[in-house]
Design a protein around this ligand. Sequence first.
Ligand code: ATP
Ligand code: MG
Length: 410
Amino acid sequence: MIKAQRGTKDILGPDVIKFRQIEDVARKVFQNANYKELRTPIFEDTKLFARGIGDSTDIVNKEMYTFFAPNNEDSSITLRPENTAGVVRAYIEHGMSRMSPPQKMWYMGPMFRYERPQAGRQRQFHQVGVEMFGISSPTADAEVIFLAETFLKELGLQNITVEINSLGCPDCRKKYKENIKNVLGKYLDKLCDDCHVRYEKNPLRMLDCKSEECQKIFALEDVQKVILEDFICEECHEHFEKLKEYLDGLNVKYSVNKLLVRGLDYYNRTVFEIKSENLGSQNAVCGGGRYDGLVEMLGGDYTPAIGWAMGVERLMAIMPDISDNLIDYFVVSNNQTEAIKLTQKLRENNKSADFDFSSRKWVKQLEKASKIAKYAVILGDEEIENHFLTVKNLSTGEQKKTSFEEIIKE
Ligand code: ATP
Ligand code: MG
């Protein structure tokens, strides 16, 4: 018996309805805000992710599905672990920088990361996300954060919290990095192996470490003093203050989390995360930030940009259960010729309908009808002979004689 791969899941039953609802709401909310849908390929050149996500990140170091194209050992391909790099590639490739800014895009699709599967963590999962190119002012930051909140509210989700932080620009971050290195250098022997690597390559990312032992060290008083230090330059500070002002104006409730650094290398200035109290330890539903240097790094002209991504499976886990998946009519009959004709006629008139594909006893057919339909349409000898239909409301049990025309009108 061949089973689905570890960390992958079939989406079926009520989950399909949730999945589609997420897609429908996304389309509506993002179109309203003038974002265009973009569908990029599932696999890309490995270099795109190595450069675009950063080679000191967990994603690039441990989580990528990388393989060679058949008969071509020179062509290394990777299943996309996230979609910002792909969107940026498309932005450059289609010359979108020549169009008047902003260029605003949204996407939804499968992503692949080789991670240890657990609740809220899969190897194939889905993300829905937005990216905005060309605007450096904090109004863009405010719009995308507000859009994320609007989307979650439209999905009926409550108990969510928005956390924001500013990582500053590469220049003002330099000194901060040094200070972090200095204070954490004293505790290196107590930090995990990954943090040793991050210490050398990208010290800020240590703060993002999931190890409890490491987090204990970061909570020490002398370390906290350095972490909480106000290190960002005047311009970055102004940007962050403006963003907060705009968010206040939009009535977005947020808190500032100085430990929030996010996993990817390319962020600058604003980073944010949205969490749900209703998820366990994997409680982040949305992550995002500003990535002003990425377009240039991937070969385009310098273009400020900002975006976020949400985990669709994590959204599904906190959405209320949807059970109402009943079809409109189920035709109950022992005359297969008439049953199949009536079913088709109902469908042609935009009523969802099905029939029993058998001539078994009506009790059995009605039993089935009550499980899958709102109404049963009974088509016995008398009905056929005298050209009427009997319709049974399967939730109330009420039954009445009617005609096809009446049914279609209802
Ligand atoms: P985490 O800290 O949980 O690993 P991340 O920082 O790796 O998250 P991002 O790269 O920011 O996650 O992706 C954005 C969102 O995608 C996450 O907030 C989460 O909802 C979802 N996500 C990320 N990885 C997975 C996964 N392996 N399975 C399911 N959803 C995921
Ligand atoms: Mg991760």
